[in-house]
Design a binder for this molecule. Structure first.
Ligand code: ARG
Length: 410
């Protein structure tokens, strides 16, 4: 990687994709100083300053760096079920360092890590921000806050004599508030919770709510009081609606959302983060990866329904963020979900907007990332083909810059 800390960088873009309008303008130039974009325009009107370093991306299409609102950097796709018990927390931190680089090199310049034990994600975020490790800009949750025996945080793999209690387990409104306060104390950016069971946890049901409305309201109130957003994992209808009613900022998965949930999400501006690619991995090679038979069964009941829900939510005009659950499947292949979003109803531009503009809004970074415009971070990627015609070109990113530093060169 070559640093652009205090220098000026001048990018010659074959084409520049404006993700707001969908215009793909030829022969554009971008001027970058101290990691931020200072000027953008036709190359003829914006010649390179004398002392600028020139990056030639002629023949490529440049667009803003992508983001993923739902990743698990500290987990690997080949360690599911009981295998997961073998990874110590320090080992998970190192796994996270490895996956952060892979994710950045795939064109994801900002990602939200939703759930990590031992605050490994906070350490990872800070090591990346301090320049010790290459990786995306991270938004992190620390340990998820969840019920006893729930999908979030607790671990139902060990029999009772181990007395295993997950780090973020909290029952009752005041315990929930305390768990949020503890996470805030250790410097998380947002709170992850679970308002239903899940596919990959043992002994939970995707349709069954977790937490009462009262507990969720306490959690959201406490988190918002500290300026933290809330993401709630929810597959089942009731748990989705409870989460939206309680005021969460995003619902993750949203598999069995009904008309009422869609109406509520629109009314309250709740963003849905629907991971519609991961089902292919789970049902394809999940068994070899250690996923339990009960989880494979749950996935068979969930994946198709989630894709149908995605189309309905899209048609109803609900805001859809881009989040994949990478870590369940291999890191660095996050962009595969873009073509599935197109398959299930989005235009290629809408899919790109979800991974740029919508996520930026969800992260509270709408003035920092997701656009190529003066004042924004110089987070840029480039691809060989026109992504509006061939969305899969985004699976083969050939140039990556984050905050003015180049990590992948054509
Ligand atoms: N982490 C999620 C869970 O265990 C994965 C769900 C994957 N399936 C899906 N169709 N999105 O519930």
């Amino acid at each position: 990687m070559s640093s652009a800390a205090a220098e000026m960088v001048y990018i010659q873009a074959g084409h520049l994709l404006d993700v707001d309008s969908g215009e793909r303008r030829p022969a554009q130039a971008i001027l970058i100083e101290d990691g931020r974009i200072v000027q953008v325009g036709p190359a003829t009107e914006l010649p390179p300053p004398e002392d600028a370093r020139i990056v030639n991306l002629a023949g490529l299409t440049v667009l803003p760096g992508l983001s993923d609102a739902h990743v698990h950097l500290t987990s690997n796709h080949d360690q599911h079920g009981f295998r997961r018990l073998a990874a110590s927390i320090p080992r998970q931190a190192l796994t996270g360092a490895h996956n952060a680089r892979i994710t950045l090199e795939a064109g994801f310049t900002t990602v939200r890590n939703v759930g990590a034990p031992g605050f490994t994600d906070v350490a990872l975020r800070d090591a990346i921000a301090d320049g010790e490790l290459p990786g995306p800009r991270l938004i992190v949750s620390g340990p998820p806050v969840g019920i006893t025996g729930g999908h979030c945080s607790d671990n139902n793999l060990l029999p009772p004599q181990f007395n295993a209690v997950g780090e973020g387990v909290a029952d009752g409104p005041w315990a929930v508030r305390q768990a949020v306060r503890r996470n805030v104390k250790y410097d998380v950016d947002m709170i992850k919770t679970c308002s239903t069971g899940g596919v990959l946890s043992r002994g939970t049901q995707v349709g069954a709510p977790q937490y009462t409305l009262e507990e969720l309201e306490a959690l959201v109130d406490e988190a918002h009081m500290h300026g933290r957003t809330v993401a709630s994992h929810a597959h089942g209808t009731l748990g989705i609606n409870n989460a939206i009613r309680a005021g969460v900022d995003s619902v993750e998965h949203a598999s069995f959302i009904d008309a009422e949930g869609i109406r509520l999400a629109r009314e309250k501006g709740t963003i849905l983060v629907m991971d519609i690619y991961v089902t292919e991995f789970i049902l394809g090679v999940g068994e070899e990866a250690g996923i339990l038979p009960e989880s494979l069964d749950k996935e068979r009941q969930t994946g198709t329904r989630q894709r149908e829900s995605f189309t309905r939510a899209l048609e109803a005009g609900v805001a859809l963020g881009f989040g994949t659950d990478a870590g369940v499947f291999p890191h660095g292949t996050n962009a595969r979900q873009l073509s599935r979003m197109v398959e299930f109803g989005m235009t290629p531009l809408q899919a790109i907007q979800s991974a740029t503009l919508v996520n930026a809004r969800l992260f509270g970074l709408e003035d920092e990332i997701g656009r190529i415009a003066p004042g924004f971070r110089a987070d840029l990627i480039a691809v060989a083909d026109n992504p509006l015609e061939d969305i899969e070109t985004l699976e083969r990113v050939v140039f990556v810059m984050k905050a003015g530093t180049v990590y992948v060169q054509p």
